[in-house]
Design a protein around this ligand. Structure first.
Ligand code: AMP
Ligand code: MG
Length: 415
């Protein structure tokens, strides 16, 4: 049986980002930048005050303290957004607001709190005083934000292949970039196969189940940077399966994702159809849950046939499809948040690489894991109750309580 690692590398090797497009900044959240962002400006663009106060020459207030204050004459009023009109001469000060440009001649700012202009009630006096009494000394450079101290012109501020986060969007706006070149979101066509499946809108009947995979998979796909297109439920008939795969091609899919119908059942046609009309690379992987997992291409479009059981489909997605979609979406770093955890009970496995649903929490400074409920691959509730997947390596059949294993954290969006 093919190992998880080998299967994954077969799936990722042929993939590359699907294309680029320009998006406006408000729509750029979670998009993947396709080139390094280089600043063409210094930020701040000019030396400015980091406090509301008075711009001064430090030498004029040398030795000033509350018992021995220094009085300066106020010659200018520099609001944020305005420029200074005068160069400071000896024993002169300019009232200055946070973010306003420093006047020529000044080399420091005295915060308003250290002057006689401070009103502890927080009421600021809009009228410009003729003089200001300064109760402290200051070092040259204090309370000045220097030109270029945050970002200097020519600096790479965001690297290619990263997904934009809120703080990144803020930075792009600071640089004055209203539009940004990103990778196109890959189109992932989803289809669910099985005569037992009912759309979520139709009440359950005996012998039937709701198609839950399509919904969980759509949510996973958009989380990971793809656009999910759900083509609906396909009956267990060869012609119907072929027909829907052709529809996927007509929809310009970058990836076709089916669930169920890839096992050894008498009505599992998906694998056959892909084999006959495309190429099937493999249809089983040495893992649990999710051994029946098919990979190939249909008319040149990558195809993954996930198992039908909801937990198997989810785990198969997390292990294989997530990195595939990220590759198509231009995301380089596929690493996930993972921790080493101790298990609080004995765990039996069958030697396949196993992904077990668990709750992990910190106890006395270390992670401790307990499995959630029934681990059957159709039992979605135990996955819902879990906050992690424990990974039991292949070849391991039994782990005593207290052993250490690796766990993937489930409750994070960025993985
Ligand atoms: P199969 O691979 O077709 O043998 O399906 C395995 C199990 O998964 C069966 O119990 C199916 O009823 C179930 N199953 C298949 N497709 C879905 C789906 N879309 N949503 C939920 N369960 C499914
Ligand atoms: Mg079936």
């Amino acid at each position: 049986l093919l190992s998880v690692q080998k299967a994954l590398s077969k799936m990722l090797t042929p993939l590359s980002p699907v294309g680029v497009e320009i998006v406006s900044l408000p729509l750029a959240m979670d998009r993947v930048i396709c080139e390094d962002i280089i600043s063409h400006i210094d930020l701040p663009l000019f030396d400015n005050s980091s406090m509301d106060g008075f711009a001064v020459r430090a030498q004029d207030v040398k030795g000033a303290q509350s018992e021995k204050p220094v009085t300066l004459s106020v010659v200018d009023d520099i609001q944020a957004g305005k420029s200074a009109t005068k160069e400071l001469k000896q024993n002169q000060a300019a009232r200055i607001m946070t973010g306003a440009p420093m006047p020529e001649g000044a080399n420091a700012v005295i915060p308003i709190e250290n002057t006689d202009q401070y009103d502890a009630s927080g009421q600021s006096e809009p009228k410009l005083p003729k003089e200001v009494v300064v109760y402290r000394s200051i070092r040259p450079g204090d309370y000045i934000r220097n030109k270029g101290e945050d970002i200097s012109s020519g600096q790479v501020v965001l690297g290619v292949n990263n997904r934009l986060r809120p703080q990144d969007i803020g930075l792009l706006a600071m640089l004055g970039l209203p539009e940004i070149k990103v990778y196109r979101r890959p189109k992932v066509v989803i289809l669910s196969t099985g005569d037992e499946l009912l759309p979520v809108e139709i009440p359950l009947q005996f012998g039937k189940i709701h198609d839950s995979n399509a919904y969980a998979l759509s949510a996973l796909i958009s989380r990971d940077g793809g656009d999910a297109i759900y083509l609906g439920i396909v009956p267990d008939r060869e012609d119907a399966v072929r027909g829907i795969l052709e529809t996927a091609v007509e929809n310009d899919a970058d990836l076709i994702l089916s669930s169920a119908g890839v096992s050894v059942g008498a009505f599992d046609f998906v694998r056959d159809v892909v084999q006959r009309n495309g190429e099937l690379e493999f249809w089983r992987v040495n893992m649990r849950p999710g051994k029946p997992l098919a990979f190939g291409n249909f008319q040149g479009i990558p195809f993954v046939g996930l198992p039908g059981n909801p937990v198997s489909a989810f785990v198969g997605y997390e292990v294989f499809v997530r990195p595939m979609i990220m590759s198509l979406a231009g995301i380089k770093d596929h690493s996930r948040l993972r921790v080493r955890t101790r298990i609080d009970e004995k765990i039996e496995s069958d030697g396949r690489e196993s992904y077990l649903r668990a709750v992990i929490r910190i106890r006395e400074g270390e992670w401790i894991a307990r499995l959630t409920g029934h681990q059957g691959s159709g039992n979605l509730l135990s996955l819902v109750q879990a906050n992690a997947l424990l990974i039991i390596p292949s070849g391991v059949k039994s782990l005593p309580s207290g052993s250490e294993v690796e766990a993937w954290l489930l409750n994070t969006t960025s993985g």
